[in-house]
Design a protein around this ligand. Structure first.
Ligand code: ADP
Ligand code: ADP
Length: 228
C-alpha cells in the first residue's frame, strides 16, 4: 500500500475522447520517476489529475492507501508556465504557498517564516531575488522560484511539468544538479515530466513512457540499477 498508486486512471476532457487511458502504476515512496512521451500523450493531464486540477477523472489515485487529495498529502506543483503571482514578490509567492499548504500551522512567526523562505531561495541560488517581482525575472530565475516554492511546502508528492525545457544546456545542467541536491534534502515522491530522454535517464529511478492514444498502458523502464 505504500507509495503512489494509480488504479485504472482514465481522463476524458470531452466525452468519448480519452486524453489519458488505462493507467495502472505503483511507484514506491521517495523516488524520482520521470514521465516521457510526445506532445499530446497525456503527461500534463496525469500531473493535473494528481494535483487536483481536473474536474473529473475515472479511477483511483492513492498515496499510502489514501486518496492523494486527502489533507494529509501535500502536493507541490511546478507548472510549465511557473504559475507565479505577478503582483507578489518572490518572497511573498513562497509565503502564500506555505500558508495555503498549512493554514494556521507551522511557524506563524514571520521572522522564522522569512528564514525558511530564504533557506529555500538560497538552496536554489536565488536569495538575492527575494524582493523582486516575478515579471522582472528571466525565465530561468522564475523557474528556480517555482521550484523553491514547491520544496518550501515540504510536499509529500512533488510534480514538475518540463521544468527545464526552456533553458539553455548549461543552465539546465546546473539546475538539474541543484534539483538533485534539494531533492536529496527533501525526497518527496516525485513525478518529473520531460521531453528530454537524457534527462529522463539522468533523473528517473523509473521512466514512464507515455504514447498518444494510450491504446496500451504506458511502458515502465526500470532505471534503478543506475541508482544502486
Ligand atoms: P502532453 O502533456 O503529453 O503534451 P496533454 O496532457 O497536454 O499531453 O494532452 C493530452 C490530450 O488531451 C491531448 O490530446 C490534448 O489535446 C488533450 N487536452 C489537454 N488539455 C485539454 C483541455 N483542457 N481540454 C481539452 N483537451 C485537452
Ligand atoms: P502541454 O505542453 O503540457 O501539453 P499544451 O501546450 O498542450 O500543454 O496546452 C496548454 C494549455 O492548453 C493547457 O492548459 C491545456 O489544458 C490546454 N489544452 C491543450 N490541448 C487542448 C485542447 N485540445 N482543447 C482545449 N484546451 C487544450
Amino acid at each position: 500500500n505504500s507509495g503512489l498508486r494509480i488504479n485504472n486512471l482514465h481522463v476524458a476532457y470531452q466525452k468519448g475522447q480519452l486524453a489519458l487511458g488505462e493507467m495502472n502504476l505503483t511507484l514506491p515512496e521517495h523516488g524520482i520517476y520521470t514521465v516521457i512521451g510526445p506532445s499530446g500523450s497525456g503527461k500534463s493531464t496525469l500531473l493535473r489529475a494528481i494535483a487536483g486540477l481536473l474536474p473529473g477523472y475515472e479511477g483511483e489515485l492513492l498515496f499510502n492507501g489514501r486518496s492523494v487529495h486527502d489533507k494529509e498529502t501535500l502536493i507541490g506543483l511546478v507548472p510549465q508556465n511557473y504559475g507565479l503571482l505577478p503582483w507578489k514578490t518572490v518572497r511573498d509567492n513562497i509565503r502564500i504557498a506555505m500558508k495555503i499548504a498549512r493554514p494556521g500551522g507551522g511557524s506563524s512567526n514571520r521572522q522564522e517564516q522569512d528564514g525558511k523562505i530564504l533557506h529555500w531561495l538560497e538552496s536554489m541560488g536565488i536569495a538575492q531575488l527575494a524582493g523582486r517581482f516575478p515579471l522582472s525575472l528571466s525565465g530561468g530565475q522564475q523557474q528556480r522560484v517555482a521550484i523553491a516554492r514547491a520544496f518550501a511546502i515540504l510536499p509529500t508528492i512533488l510534480l514538475l511539468d518540463e521544468p527545464f525545457s526552456a533553458l539553455d544546456a548549461l543552465t539546465r545542467e546546473g539546475l538539474q544538479q541543484i534539483f538533485i541536491d534539494n531533492w536529496q534534502a527533501h525526497p518527496a515522491t516525485t513525478l518529473f515530466v520531460t521531453h528530454d530522454v537524457e534527462e529522463a535517464i539522468l533523473l528517473g529511478q523509473k521512466i514512464i513512457v507515455m504514447l498518444p492514444g494510450q491504446q496500451e498502458p504506458p511502458e515502465i523502464l526500470d532505471n534503478s540499477a543506475v541508482f544502486a
